[in-house]
Design a protein around this ligand. Structure first.
Ligand code: NAD
Length: 253
């Protein structure tokens, strides 16, 4: 059956794979036929995620803390040696930090950047080498609408997400020689378990204020994973250096 979004015969590596958006991306990649390599910190949650994939026996996981930026080369070497070259990469790992500017220290910025941004860039450094990543492959970084809009209290997070969007434009030009496409997805508020906890702590007034910004209501993890499948598939082979906004119309206002 004709399916331009198929990921058959592709190996896709997903970080942040044990929960929320990353987990749904991993599940949907397996449904689209990819062999999926999961990366996250918690082994029990990795095993749970593995069991949710289509044909769990085809996939594998690596336990890794992305805070260890200097260990990423060792991880990539080990993965490629055992699993072969990578065709698709989804960087969904991320941490949020909500603090007013006056309380944000340089260490707060560094810690947020390390996991949200530098981890992704370090993988891409190795994936720019044909030893690790196949020509014509696809890279997707999960950014956020805070890369393009302001929201009080999230300066460090927003800066880390904006840096992804800026870097991807330049990276796209370099990687085009190898026909590798690299793009960001910037989601609005997505109902992940963590986000649901955060929203349930808001007053009714603040909750309504947050929700009313989204003409199509709040998003679900599949809204992001579907966009991710498109950007991993050959259907998007002429799309690179972009920031795909998936926000239920929030930024259309
Ligand atoms: N949920 C939203 O509303 C929303 C909106 C915009 C962007 N995002 C982005 O989407 C991505 C996924 O977020 P989510 O909502 O699914 O949240 P989540 O907390 O469920 O997922 C984040 C993932 O990152 C992993 N992670 C965090 N620090 C790590 C570290 N040091 N090493 C390895 N893994 C680490 C976590 O284990 C988790 O699997 C994040 O980058 C987030 O910034 C989320």
């Amino acid at each position: 059956m004709y399916n331009p979004f198929s990921l058959e015969d592709k190996t896709v590596l997903v970080t942040g794979a044990s929960s929320g958006i990353g987990q749904q991306c991993a599940i949907d990649c397996s449904r689209m036929g990819a062999k999926v390599i999961l990366i996250a910190r918690n082994e029990i949650r990795l095993q749970e995620t593995l069991s949710l994939l289509d044909h769990p026996e085809r996939h594998c996981y690596y336990k890794f803390d992305l805070f260890q930026t200097d260990q990423i080369k060792t991880l990539v070497d080990e993965i490629v040696e055992k699993q072969g070259k990578i065709d698709g990469f989804v960087y969904a790992a991320g941490v949020e930090k909500t603090l007013p500017i006056k309380l944000l220290t340089p260490d707060d910025y560094i810690n947020v950047f390390k996991v949200n941004t530098l981890g992704a860039f370090e993988f891409i450094r190795y994936f720019s080498n044909k030893k690790y990543f196949r020509d014509g492959g696809h890279i997707v970084l999960i950014s956020s609408i805070t890369s393009i809009i302001g929201r009080g209290g999230v300066s460090a997070y927003a800066a880390s997400k904006g840096a992804m969007v800026s870097a991807v434009r330049s990276m796209a030009l370099e990687l085009a020689k190898k026909k590798i496409c690299i793009n960001c997805i910037s989601p609005g508020t997505i109902l992940t378990p963590l986000m649901q906890n955060f929203l349930s702590d808001l007053s009714e007034e603040d909750y309504q204020k947050r929700v009313s910004g989204f003409p199509l209501g709040l998003g679900e993890v599949v809204d992001v994973s579907n966009a991710c499948i498109y950007l991993l598939s050959d259907a998007s082979r002429w799309v690179t250096g972009q920031n795909l906004i998936v926000d239920g119309g929030y930024t259309a206002r």
